[in-house]
Design a protein around this ligand. Structure first.
Ligand SMILES: NC(=O)c1ccc[n+]([C@@H]2O[C@H](COP(=O)([O-])OP(=O)(O)OC[C@H]3O[C@@H](n4cnc5c(N)ncnc54)[C@H](OP(=O)(O)O)[C@@H]3O)[C@@H](O)[C@H]2O)c1
Length: 199
């Protein structure tokens, strides 16, 4: 997800710095995509306009706690989905990872986005001439507008689903698509699109 997002952001003309748990992994992506890497998440996030979390859900809390002081006014884009949990537990639903970020780092400009898009579609979001919907949620209108513009630049139709609370729905939508791909052995290329008059 990090590699695909870096590529898409790069193509859209943005400056990206990547990190990973293993610095060699970050360096590999940085070399491949001609972007910068940093020695730590804090170093990468310092003075950034936007911090994109494309990490396993069980690492989010520690990463956000580590970053808290350096986030400042940066927009935090949460692309994560719950994993490693019992399927029934995920389906029952609960507070979202995006809300957890806000609890851990109050005042952070969190926007849930990209979590309903498979990495394989991030750089190819138009199917038969129809742009996939890029759903996003958050409580900060200005931060959401930045993310909406980004989604549009990447070729998605941005769709504002409302306040950060609606990230719960977005995480379940992602889970449903994952579950269907596993169930029917689909090729991980499907994406969400609301058809019909919506505007
Ligand atoms: N894959 C998709 O199609 C997709 C779509 C939508 C949303 N998502 C969500 O995006 C997130 C990432 O998914 P993925 O498929 O890209 O997983 P992945 O291939 O396992 O990649 C996870 C990345 O997170 C890095 N990481 C782990 N702990 C870190 C830390 N403490 N600091 C910095 N980086 C750290 C890993 O670094 P190392 O390489 O060094 O281990 C790795 O590069 C998940 O929450 C997933 O639910 C994925």
């Amino acid at each position: 997800m990090g590699r695909a997002l870096t590529r898409a952001l790069n193509v859209a003309g943005h400056t990206v710095t990547v990190t990973a748990r293993n610095s060699e992994h970050a360096q590999k992506v940085a070399d491949e995509l001609k972007v910068a890497t940093a020695g730590s998440n804090r170093e990468a996030a310092r003075d950034a306009d936007m911090v994109v979390l494309a990490v396993p859900s069980n690492t989010v809390a520690a990463i956000v706690e580590d970053l808290d002081e350096v986030l400042g006014d940066a927009i935090v884009v949460d692309t994560t989905n719950p994993s490693g949990l019992d399927r029934a537990e995920i389906l029952r639903g609960s507070a979202s990872l995006a809300e957890a970020i806000l609890l851990l780092a109050p005042g952070t400009r969190v926007v849930k986005a990209f979590n309903t898009v498979f990495a394989g579609r991030l750089n190819d979001p138009v199917i038969d001439g129809v742009p996939l919907d890029g759903f996003y949620a958050g409580d900060d209108p200005a931060a959401k507008q930045v993310v909406a513009d980004l989604l549009a630049e990447m070729g998605f139709r941005p769709v504002d689903t409302g306040e950060l609370l609606t990230a719960r729905v977005l995480e379940l939508m992602a889970f449903l698509n994952i579950d269907l791909n596993l169930r029917y052995d689909w090729p991980w290329q499907s994406g969400w699109k609301l058809l019909g008059p919506t505007g």
